[in-house]
Write a protein that binds this ligand. Structure first.
Ligand code: CIZ
Length: 302
């Protein structure tokens, strides 16, 4: 089957199985193009809860599909590639989180959504890259343990007077980008503002013109008068940015901004997972209940 036939087969199977396809902004173009919704992990988890379908094909990585299952427990949530994980999420486990909590009993625990359901069950509230500062500011505690991304943690610490105890994790994709690359990109395209993800290293973040998660970067690209923009986040974003802004030019800040886990999902895998309705994501009920509270508490913060 060629790609066009495969996309048609995906559309047919979707109908037959009463499924919707949700794809993360970092997925490959051909997967984004067959999706019903493309967005960030939190937007997609909200969509999962809202949509009227029995089956969710979640094209992203494991923790994202888990969040979707937690917010939409009655639906079948399928992650087309079981091995699509998140090394950042794996950098915080339950034992270490409990130990940190014991060390700082007066601190609130805030976790980036890039964590397992089991870790979400241990914390006070979740956040995304776009609402992290707001979530921290909304808490009564003056001391915050932030996990698992140290770069996002430092970004928060730079924006708040609260004491932030920063976990030692990082996104292996965004952490690779260095200041030299940023300087070179600026020299090559002096007219283009630089928009980066807060998972990049602090020296990169501090030199950027805009800092935000994928939904923030999409908004910035849409609203800026600049006709060319340098993008400092995973390369999958270029597909959507170009599609939604046909008149603008986008440059990737570094060729190393590629997440191998996000690239595991192909159109063939999407078709296969729809056909077999597997691999399914399950979250143990007790963990799901506690993790749901952390996600819902974030949602309630205006
Ligand atoms: O939460 C997400 O979707 C991630 C991993 C990045 C972002 O900023 O959207």
């Amino acid at each position: 089957m060629d790609k066009k036939e495969l996309a048609a087969e995906v559309a047919r199977l979707k109908e037959e199985k009463n499924a919707v396809i949700l794809a993360h902004n970092y997925q490959i173009g051909e997967v984004q193009d067959v999706a019903d919704y493309v967005g960030d992990s939190f937007g997609l988890a909200q969509k999962a809860a809202e949509v009227d379908a029995e089956v969710i094909i979640f094209c992203g990585v494991h923790f994202m599909a888990e969040s979707a299952k937690i917010l939409a427990p009655e639906k079948k949530v399928i992650l087309p590639v079981k091995e699509a994980g998140c090394p950042l999420a794996d950098m915080a486990d339950v034992e270490a989180v409990r130990a940190k909590k014991k060390e700082h009993p007066d601190a609130a625990l805030v976790a980036y959504v890039n964590t397992s359901a089991a870790v979400k069950a241990e914390i006070d509230v979740c956040c995304t890259s776009s609402n992290a500062v707001k979530v921290v500011e909304s808490l009564p505690e003056e001391k915050i343990i932030f996990l698992p991304d140290k770069n996002l943690g430092q970004y928060i610490a730079d924006q708040t007077d609260k004491e932030i105890i920063i976990w030692e994790g990082y996104c292996i994709t965004h952490h690779r980008v260095d200041l030299e690359e940023l300087k070179k990109a600026r020299e090559a395209h002096p007219e283009a503002p630089i928009a980066v993800h807060p998972e990049c290293q602090p020296e990169v973040v501090r030199e950027a013109d805009y800092v935000g998660g994928t939904s923030g970067i999409l908004k910035f690209a849409r609203e800026t008068d600049a006709q060319s923009i340098i993008i400092g986040t995973e390369m999958g974003m270029l597909h959507r940015l170009k599609k939604e802004n046909p008149g603008k030019t986008f440059y990737l800040l570094s060729p190393r901004l590629i997440c191998v886990n996000m690239k595991k999902t192909t159109l063939e895998k999407v078709a296969e997972s729809l056909q077999n309705l597997s691999p399914q994501i399950e979250v143990e009920e007790e963990i799901a209940q506690k993790a749901r509270k952390s996600l819902e508490r974030m949602l309630a913060i205006k």
